[in-house]
Design a protein around this ligand. Sequence first.
Ligand SMILES: *[C@@H]1O[C@H](CO)[C@@H](O)[C@H](O)[C@H]1NC(C)=O
Ligand SMILES: *[C@@H]1O[C@H](CO)[C@@H](O)[C@H](O)[C@H]1NC(C)=O
Ligand SMILES: *[C@@H]1O[C@H](CO)[C@@H](O)[C@H](O)[C@H]1NC(C)=O
Ligand SMILES: *[C@@H]1O[C@H](CO)[C@@H](O)[C@H](O)[C@H]1NC(C)=O
Ligand SMILES: CC(=O)N[C@H]1CO[C@H](CO)[C@@H](O)[C@@H]1O
Length: 479
Amino acid sequence: MGFSWFLKLVLVLGILSCCVNGLGVNWGTQATHPLSPKTVVQLLKDNGITKVKLFDADKNTMSALAGSNIEVMVAIPNNQLLVMTNYDKAKEWVRRNVTAYNFKGGVNVKYVAVGNEPFLTSYNNSFLNSTFPALQNIQNALNEAGVGDSVKATVPLNADVYESPENNPYPSFGRFRTDINTEMTQIVEFLNKNKAPFTVNIYPFLSLYGNDDFPVNYAFFDGGTPIVDSGTGIQYTNVFDANFDTLVSALKAAGYGDMTILVGEVGWPTDGDKNANNGLAVRFYNGLLPRLAANKGTPLRPGYIEVYLFALLDEDGKSIAPGNFERHWGIFRYDGQPKFPMDLSGQNQNKLLVGATGVKYLPNKWCMFNPNAKDVSKLAATIDFACSNSDCTTLGYGSSCNNLDANGNASYAFNMYFQIKDQDELACGFQGLGTTTTQNLSTEQCSFPIQLASSSSSFFSPSLVGLALMMMVSTFMLQ
Ligand SMILES: *[C@@H]1O[C@H](CO)[C@@H](O)[C@H](O)[C@H]1NC(C)=O
Ligand SMILES: *[C@@H]1O[C@H](CO)[C@@H](O)[C@H](O)[C@H]1NC(C)=O
Ligand SMILES: *[C@@H]1O[C@H](CO)[C@@H](O)[C@H](O)[C@H]1NC(C)=O
Ligand SMILES: *[C@@H]1O[C@H](CO)[C@@H](O)[C@H](O)[C@H]1NC(C)=O
Ligand SMILES: CC(=O)N[C@H]1CO[C@H](CO)[C@@H](O)[C@@H]1O
C-alpha cells in the first residue's frame, strides 16, 4: 500500500476515463527509421487507445499486437487486389493473416481493409475491376473460415467516390460518382448483405489545401458561417458534417440509407503547408474530439460514429505526391513524442499525450554546411542531392523551417541526409561542403532532428545483421 498503490489507482482511473468511445488511430510504417512495433503497441496502451487500423498485415506488427486485446483492422494493399480476385489466394490470405492469430492471446482482428482508396481518380481506374471481386473473396473466405460474424471486410474509400451536382452542391443531393456507380452499388449491396460497414476517409484539410476560396472556418468546428442545404433546410457549419451527410444521401439513393459508416481516416497535419501547423491541428482536434465524445454525429446521422484518427506517427518515407504535408500527419512525431496538447477523452483539458518510452536515438551529432568552404559552386547540386534522398518537406513556403537563411537551408538538407544515413561520416562530405558538429542546430521553430538508432529500426533485420556477421567471418577466414 501507500504512494505507489495510489499512483497505480490514479493511472488506471486515468486510462478508464481516457478516450472518446471507440476511438481508433491509423498506424502507418512508411518511415526510414520506424519505431519498433513493441514500442508502438506500448504507446497505444499508455494512451488508452484500443483500436488500430493498419495498411498491411506485417508479421512483426501482428506479433507485437498479440495479447494486447487492441482491436485491429488489417489491410490488403492495392497492389495485392488483383491477386485476391483468385479465391484460393484470398483463402490463403485469410488463413495466414486472420485465422492464424485467432486464439487466446492472439490478435483481435475486427476488420479487413480491402485496398486503400482504390478509386482515387489519380489511380486512373487501375483497381476498378479488382476491388469488388477481392472484397467478395475476402469476406466469403472469412465466412467459410467461420469468423465472418466477428470479422468484416470493408473498403476504405476516399471521399471523392461521391459528390453533389454543381447546380445543387448540398449534402442531400449526394450521389456516387457516375463513372464508378456500378462498382459502388455492387460494393454497397455486398457490404449490406454481410453487415459490414462502409469506410470513408474525410479530410477537411484537403478541402482547404490548394483552394484559397475555401472558407477557412468551415474546415473546423467552431464558427463556420452556416450553409443551408436547399433540399432539407439543414444548416451546415463545417465541411466534415457536410461531407459525411453527402455520403449518407448517396447511400440512401442507392437503397442503403441505414448502412453503418465508419470514418477510416480523419486528422490534420502539422507541417509542410501554410495551413499545416500545431495551432491549427489543435483547433481541429479540439473541435472534433468533444463532438465524438458527446456522440453528436451529423445532422443526418446523429449519434455514435466509429472514427480512426490519421495518423499515429509522422512518416518520413511517404510519397509527397499529394503534397509536402503528407509526411506530417502524426499526433506523435517520428520518435513517438507528442507534438501538441491533445485530450483523447474529448474534455479539451490542456494536457499532452504520453510519449513513447525506451526510444533509442543516434548520438547528438549533426551535419552542417561548412562556413569555411572555399568552392561553393556545387552547393545547389549537393542540396538537391541531399533533399531528393531525404526529407526536406519542412523547408517549403509556410513550413516550420522556411525562415532559415541560405546557410541554414544547406545545413538542414545536409543534416536530414546525414541522419537518414545513420550518421555515416561519409554522408556528411558533400564535396567538402559539409562538416559534422555536436552543437544542436535547431532553432525555436525549426527542429534539426537526430534519427532513431537502427536497433529500433526494421531496416536492419536480425537475419541481415546475421548475414553481415557471417560474411565478415568468412572474409576473415579466407584471408
Ligand atoms: C495516370 O495517368 C496520368 C496521365 O496519363 C499519369 O501521369 C499517371 O502516372 C497515371 N497514374 C497511374 C497511377 O497510373
Ligand atoms: C476493366 O474491365 C473493363 C471491361 O471489361 C475493361 O474495358 C477495362 O480495360 C478493365 N480495366 C482494367 C484496369 O483492367
Ligand atoms: C531555403 O529553401 C527554401 C525551400 O527550398 C526556399 O523556399 C527558401 O527561399 C530558401 N532560403 C534561402 C535564404 O535560400
Ligand atoms: C535541440 O534543440 C531543440 C530546440 O531547443 C530541442 O527541442 C531538442 O530536444 C534538442 N535536441 C537534442 C538532441 O538535444
Ligand atoms: C503476417 C502474415 O502472415 N502476413 C501474410 C499475409 O498473407 C500474405 C499472402 O499470403 C503473406 O505474404 C503475408 O506474409
